[in-house]
Design a protein around this ligand. Structure first.
Ligand SMILES: NC(=O)c1ccc[n+]([C@@H]2O[C@H](COP(=O)([O-])OP(=O)(O)OC[C@H]3O[C@@H](n4cnc5c(N)ncnc54)[C@H](O)[C@@H]3O)[C@@H](O)[C@H]2O)c1
Length: 322
């Protein structure tokens, strides 16, 4: 079983490679090779007999995808993308990386003339307000950002290439993945991770929105689990609707902070400083709050059952040095 991970140095890509090394099999077969590709150099601790080859390069170069699928990987995870803020400010770059490169990949697979499982990272940004509450996964696609539009077009391509028998694709609309490791970044959503990660590391965190803001989240461990399940799931059971809204936890910021307090204590919670930011409040006010993921759940996708478990998953990652 040969596996290709595109975007392997990212948050979900790293977790996925680590999870596959631990699991050792995919679709009931032993994993022999993982080709880990990213524009950033990735490295993995590997005590298994699985061969990991790391390659760095620019995925939106038109001939890159053909090189990556030349060995006919059985499962291809496509996770590389630029995030919503960057796709909004750099229109050309967003369409080049988040859309043109997706089609290069799909066409490169077509040239190879075989039938891999392709797992494509989409996003809940394919949906736009006004929303139903909760939002079902057959809610119409009306993205209100370039990033969401690029992901939505990718979903349609994935479904059509699957329908034409070019490959066997599954698209995953991830919830917001928290707690993101590393440093705070400039994304409007970064405070969802910051208010948990920074206090747990003994640092102050700014809360720019009110505590009744509600969001849809799952842990990095669940994100890796979603990818693995999507690689293994029976395509017949999924049917023609190839893109799935994944399960998550709908929690308010207040509930997130309560969970942090229960697990780490009030002195940790006291490191969160409320500093309302009107711009962030407006952006976040237009985001979806809750989804009905019953289709993905009925297909066997699982995640945490409370925000406490998401906090605990991050503490476990910290203890493992992730
Ligand atoms: N993290 C989330 O909350 C979330 C939510 C919804 C969807 N997603 C999607 O899931 C995927 C993975 O998310 P993540 O959080 O791991 O993102 P990430 O930014 O941590 O990782 C993405 C990786 O892609 C690589 N990459 C970007 N452009 C590239 C290019 N042109 N060539 C080669 N490599 C390139 C980056 O270097 C990075 O390592 C993305 O497609 C993202 O849009 C993530």
């Amino acid at each position: 079983m040969k596996v290709l991970v595109i975007g392997a140095a990212g948050m979900i890509g790293r977790k996925l490679v680590e999870a596959m090394l631990e699991k050792g099999t995919l679709r009931g077969r032993k994993i022999s090779d993982i080709l880990a590709f990213d524009v950033v150099e990735a490295s993995f601790e590997n005590a298994t007999d699985i061969k990991i080859t790391t390659v760095s390069g620019e995925f939106s170069e038109p001939d890159q995808a053909a090189k990556l699928v030349a060995d006919k990987p059985d499962v291809i995870f496509h996770l590389a993308a630029i995030v919503s803020g960057e796709a909004e400010t750099d229109f050309d770059k967003g369409y080049r990386i988040n859309l043109a490169a997706v089609q290069y990949l799909f066409d490169a697979i077509r040239q190879q003339n075989y039938m891999p499982r392709v797992v494509y990272a989409s996003s809940i940004a394919v949906f736009g307000a006004p929303f139903d509450d909760p939002i079902r996964d057959d809610f119409h696609l009306t993205p209100l950002t370039s990033y969401g539009t690029q992901k939505a077009i990718g979903e349609l391509l994935l479904a059509d290439y699957t329908r034409k028998g070019i490959f066997d694709g599954i698209g995953l609309r991830f919830p917001t993945i928290v707690v993101r490791p590393g440093k705070p970044n400039l994304a409007a959503s970064s405070f969802f991770s910051n208010i948990i990660r920074e206090p747990l590391a003994g640092k102050e965190a700014i809360l720019p929105v009110s505590k009744d803001v509600k969001h849809w989240m799952a842990s990095p461990k669940s994100a890796a689990g979603f990818c693995i399940h999507a690689a293994e799931i029976d395509g017949e059971k999924v049917g023609p609707r190839r893109n799935l809204t994944l399960p998550g936890i709908a929690a308010t910021v207040g509930e997130m902070i309560d969970a942090l307090g229960r697990i780490a204590g009030q002195q940790v919670v006291d490191l969160i400083r409320e500093e309302p930011d009107e711009a962030v409040t407006t952006i976040v006010g237009n985001w979806p709050r809750e989804f009905d993921a019953s289709r993905a759940i009925s297909l066997g996708f699982t995640c945490e059952s409370s925000f406490d478990e998401i906090v605990q998953a991050h503490i476990d990652d910290m203890n493992e040095g992730a």
